[in-house]
Design a protein around this ligand. Structure first.
Ligand code: SAM
Ligand code: SF4
Length: 330
């Protein structure tokens, strides 16, 4: 079988699919506060088109899919898409990243469709801070969504919290206790330059090492989890008493570009070989024109071949992409 190996020898087996750019929150690090211009619905890939891209991608060695957005649960009948993706030959693993506001109502049908892995975004363990970061209400709904997911049997469920200096320090210790009490892994993600308002600065990133130190001081020592997948973006730790797991996605302080195995499809069918790419490949044009599966495969391969070595955020050469996170798919 063909495989997606780039010019730096990295094998790509992971496709992230954004199903919408719409969202029911307005997280300050991702979306504008008001007057968001969403993509017209006719521009979004249909389920049929998404499944076609995923099927072609499996012939190139893609084995893992993750659905994201925007908020993927605002896309109607998402479970029907998952059911079609789950049975594609070659797909070993499907995950979903969600803010969980709509999860309580959908957990059972998503599980029945074949979804097992959930990453749930939650930056604060109190409603006031939640409102400040997301610029909407929804804290209770998110917690209800997490509980519903546990009851439905999802495993693993990981909690993603973005770490922003001067804002999220107060949440570190509560999240450490939350991880220990619930058994859910909490992953701290360093704030990346993908906000809609272009207000990211390196000084605003709360580094993984500082969070690790704080947890160690205030709760107890942590040790790296043995035998981790070296290509996973998160580095996982556990408290040495065996209770509670914490992950760090240290995209800024410890970039993991050299082991990147991911490509991304935006909701309107643009393929991106990096979160921070300046270039995109228009797959929708092939899907809605007379492109054959071989044409789509060739376009995916060409995109991977053009992938750069790394994101260069820590250099003066870095230019923030025009698309904010919600329009890419995180
Ligand atoms: N709406 C869903 C959610 O929030 O989980 C899925 C899409 S969201 C864009 C995916 C992930 O990207 C979330 O965990 C979010 O916290 C993260 N994210 C968004 N903007 C970010 C930024 N500027 N830096 C770091 N992580 C970011
Ligand atoms: Fe919406 Fe997720 Fe972006 Fe927050 S991070 S605004 S929930 S897409």
């Amino acid at each position: 079988m063909a495989s997606l190996i780039d010019t730096f020898g990295r094998l790509h087996d992971n496709l992230r699919i954004s199903v919408t750019d719409r969202c029911n929150l307005r997280c300050f690090y991702c979306m504008p506060a008001e007057n968001v211009e969403f993509m017209p619905k006719a521009e979004l890939l249909t389920f049929e088109e998404i499944v076609r891209v995923a099927r072609v991608a499996t012939t190139l060695g893609i084995t893992k899919l993750r659905l994201t957005g925007g908020e993927p649960l605002v896309r109607k009948e998402l479970h029907k898409l998952i059911a079609q993706l789950a049975v594609l030959p070659g797909i070993q693993d499907i995950g979903l990243t969600t803010n969980a506001l709509l999860l309580e109502a959908q957990a059972a049908e998503l599980y029945a469709a074949g979804l097992r892995r959930l990453n749930i975004s939650l930056d604060a363990l109190d409603p006031t801070a939640f409102q400040k970061f997301t610029r909407r209400d929804g804290y209770d709904q998110t917690l209800q969504g997490i509980r519903a997911a546990q009851q439905a049997g999802f495993d693993p469920i990981k909690i993603n919290a973005v770490s922003v200096r001067g804002l999220t320090e107060d949440q570190i210790v509560p999240f450490g206790h939350f991880a220990r009490e619930t058994g859910l892994e909490v992953r701290f993600i360093e704030y990346m330059p993908l906000d809609a308002e272009n207000s990211w600065e390196r000084d605003k990133v709360l580094f993984a090492s500082e969070i690790l130190e704080r947890l160690t001081q205030e709760i107890g020592p942590l040790e790296p989890v043995p035998d981790q997948d070296p290509r996973a973006p998160a580095t996982d730790y556990q408290f040495t008493d065996g209770v509670g797991r914490i992950g760090f996605i240290a995209s800024i302080s410890q970039p993991f570009c050299l082991s990147c195995n991911r490509i991304r499809l935006t909701a309107e069918g643009k393929l991106r070989n990096c979160l921070f790419s300046q270039e995109e490949t228009d797959l929708r044009q092939l899907l809605r024109g007379d492109g054959t599966d071989a044409d789509i495969a060739a376009a995916i391969q060409a995109s991977v071949q053009a992938k750069k070595e790394g994101h260069e955020i820590n250099t003066a050469r870095f230019i923030q992409p025009l698309r904010p996170m919600y329009a890419i798919g995180g």
